[in-house]
Every structure is written in C-alpha cells, then in structure tokens.
Design a protein around this ligand. Sequence first.
Ligand code: C5P
Length: 222
Amino acid sequence: SDAPVITIDGPGGAGKGTVSALISEALGWHLLDSGALYRLTALAANRKGVALDDEPAVAALAESLPVAFIAAEGGARIELAGVEVSQTIRNEQVGADASVIAALPSVRTALLARQRAFRRAPGLVADGRDMGTVVFPDAPLKVFLTASAEERARRRYGQLRENGGSATLQSLLEEIRVRDERDRNRAVSPLKPAADAITIDSTELEIPEVVARIRALLAERG
Ligand code: C5P
C-alpha cells in the first residue's frame, strides 16, 4: 500500500501511545501500536513456557501470534487467542520481557509483514521504536518523541497510582534506564531517530501541544 504514514518513535513513557491514538482518531487513520506486538509475543512465550532466549521458538510464536486488535472506545481491545489481554500486556514485567525478545533479529523479521499490513487507506499512524528507520522508511512524516528519563518515570508513577499499582519513583526510573539502554544499544533496529525525523521533546509539553505540533507538521507537508 502507498497510503500515507506518520511514524512516531521514541523511548517508553514519552507519550507516543496517547499522542498516536489522538492523531489517528482526529484524522480517521489506522493505528499501529507496534510495542503491543512485542508485548504480546513475550506474553505468549511466557504462557507457553518458551524461554525468552530461545530465538527460533520465540520467532515461531511471533510469526503465528493469534492476536486481534478490536477498535473500541478509548483505545483498541487487544486479544490473544480470543482472551482479552489489553491490561495484562501493560504491566512492567511484560514490558521488560518484550524488550528482551525485541533484541532477537528473527523475532523482528517475523513481525515485519504483520506491521506493514496495517498500512491501508486513508493512512496510518505507527507508534514504536523503529517505525521510521526500518518498518516504514518511506513515511512522509517521521517524528521522534522524547522526554527526560525523570519526567517519564514521574508520568509512569502517576499512571500506576491512578490504577492502584505500587512502585517507587526510584524503581521506575531504574527500570526506564535499563530498558532505554537495551533498546538503544541492541544490534538490530536500535532506538534512534531516522535521519529525516523531526524530534519533539515533550518534557515540558502537555499532550494537546504535542498533538497540535504534529498536526501542524502534517499540514505543512500536506
Ligand atoms: O512501546 P512499548 O513500551 O509498548 O514497547 C515495549 C518494548 O517493545 C520496548 O521496550 C522495545 O524493546 C520493544 N519495541 C521494539 N520495537 C518497536 C516497539 C517496541 O523493539 N517498534
């Protein structure tokens, strides 16, 4: 498909998910939450007792992942083998496991075609780490959304408290640093801005401001 794509890459907690959902909703475009595919693969491996370092077995799971993204009010409902896992895949352990299997080259290859299939008219907003560099290198608009690690930890802390979770700010900051380190330093598809990406630092911006900036960039290029 040659439908237009806006790629939104960056580290975890920068606001990519929320921003991508709002933009796709405003434009009436499809949405790809690529992190969910890595999280689902990690969850499937755990449920099947597949070791996270068994690359061929994890890649086989990624290839045949029985997942469904069902459009719903306030974000997609995500199912694995017919069971809703929308909340389950958001927990810290699944996120950490996702970043471990995401470093395996054949797992990334197995998920490539699945991600590209989301590109359909009238357009796609794709959220992840390598959307602009690897998955959709010809995207007409690429954004790299960042925020300081401290600010990302504070946001995560706020979300967890709202949902009744318990964690300390310090432990969240530590997890964020470990995950950033792994995502930035892996050999395949490391987290980095595409050469033609526009970087937006959201440390001191509210979500609506970030959305407005990206929509203005799209209009400029329209
Ligand atoms: O964005 P999210 O936190 O859901 O992603 C979970 C993990 O999946 C990331 O830490 C990263 O290791 C991996 N990931 C990736 N490439 C993507 C999206 C996510 O490697 N395009």
